[in-house]
Design a protein around this ligand. Structure first.
Ligand code: PEP
Length: 257
C-alpha cells in the first residue's frame, strides 16, 4: 500500500468500440464509479471514439486517454494524429510504446522517446509501456530489456516532468494471453523500475512516479497485484471492454488504496 501515490486504473480499448458503443460503455462505467476520486480512472478508446467518450465524461472524475500519437506538430504524416489534435478533444493521457505498436508498427525506443517528449510538451500525460517478450524472459534478459526501454524513452525528460509520466510494465507474454505475471515477478520488475527512476531522478521523485502492471489483469488476480508495494495500478486490455469487470478493477484499486 502506498500513501504517496494514488492508484490508477486505465482501460486500453485497443481497436474495439465504435463511437456509439464507446459512449455507451463509458456511461455504464460512469454510472458506477463516475464520481470516484480516490482512484484515478482513465478510458483510452480508439481515436474515432474520443469525441463521443469525451462528451460522456464531461464533468466527471474519469479521464480520457488516447492509445498513440505522432510526435510531429503537423504536416504530411498521412494517417497520423498530433498531440494538439488530442488536446482539442480534451484528452489528458496517451498510451505510448505499447508492445503492439512496437511489434506490428515498428515503434522503436527512439520514436517512443520523441512521442514522450512531444506529449509532455503538450501537457499530455504519457502512459509509457515497457516489457519483455517470452524469449527475453527465458533468456534472463527481463531487467535489461526494461532498463533499455525505460532509459531510452525517458531521455530528455526533466525532473519537473517525470512525476506526470506513468510507466506500465507489460510483459509481452502476458498481454491478451490469459497468462498473468506472478505477483513476485511483477513486483520485482516494478521495484527495479523504481530503482532506475531513483538513479535518474533521485529518491523523492522516484517515489512519486506511478507504475502500472498490465497483462491479463482481471478482477480475480488484481487484489494481489495491487497490494504489492510498487504496483500503483493497472493498464487493462480485455477486462476493460465490459463495464462489470472494469468497475470491479476500479473497486479493487480502491480497496488496495
Ligand atoms: C494491454 O494490451 O495493455 C493489456 C494489458 O491487455 P490485456 O489486459 O488484455 O492483457
Amino acid at each position: 500500500m502506498s500513501t504517496i501515490r494514488k492508484k490508477l486504473i486505465a482501460g486500453n480499448w485497443k481497436m474495439n468500440k465504435t463511437a456509439a458503443d464507446g459512449a455507451a460503455l463509458a456511461q455504464e462505467i460512469l454510472a458506477q464509479v463516475g464520481r470516484e476520486t480516490a482512484v484515478d480512472v482513465v478510458l483510452c478508446p480508439p481515436f474515432t471514439a474520443l469525441e463521443s467518450v469525451g462528451r460522456a465524461l464531461e464533468g466527471q472524475a474519469v479521464k480520457l486517454g488516447a492509445q498513440n500519437m505522432n510526435p510531429q506538430k503537423s504536416g504530411a504524416y498521412t494517417g497520423e494524429i498530433s498531440a494538439e489534435m488530442l488536446r482539442t478533444l480534451y484528452v489528458s493521457h496517451v498510451i505510448l510504446g505499447h508492445s503492439e505498436r512496437r511489434t506490428y508498427f515498428g515503434d522503436t525506443d527512439a520514436f517512443v522517446n520523441q512521442k514522450v517528449l512531444a506529449a509532455l510538451a503538450n501537457q499530455l500525460k504519457p502512459i509509457l509501456c515497457v516489457g519483455e517478450t517470452l524469449a527475453e524472459r527465458e533468456g534472463g534478459r527481463t531487467l535489461e530489456v526494461v532498463r533499455t526501454q525505460t532509459q531510452a524513452a525517458l531521455a530528455g525528460v526533466t525532473a519537473e516532468q517525470i512525476t506526470t509520466v506513468i510507466i506500465a510494465y507489460e510483459p509481452v507474454w502476458a498481454i491478451g494471453t490469459g497468462k498473468v505475471a506472478s505477483t513476485a515477478q511483477a513486483q520485482e520488475v516494478h521495484a527495479y523500475t523504481r530503482s532506475l527512476l531513483h538513479d535518474l531522478y533521485g529518491a523523492a521523485l522516484a517515489q512519486k512516479v506511478r507504475l502500472l502492471y498490465g497483462g491479463s489483469m482481471k478482477p480475480s488476480n488484481a487484489p494481489e497485484l495491487l497490494a504489492q508495494p510498487d504496483i500503483d495500478g493497472g493498464l487493462i486490455g480485455g477486462a476493460a471492454l465490459e463495464a462489470k469487470s472494469f468497475v470491479e478493477l476500479v473497486k479493487a484499486a480502491l480497496v488496495a488504496g
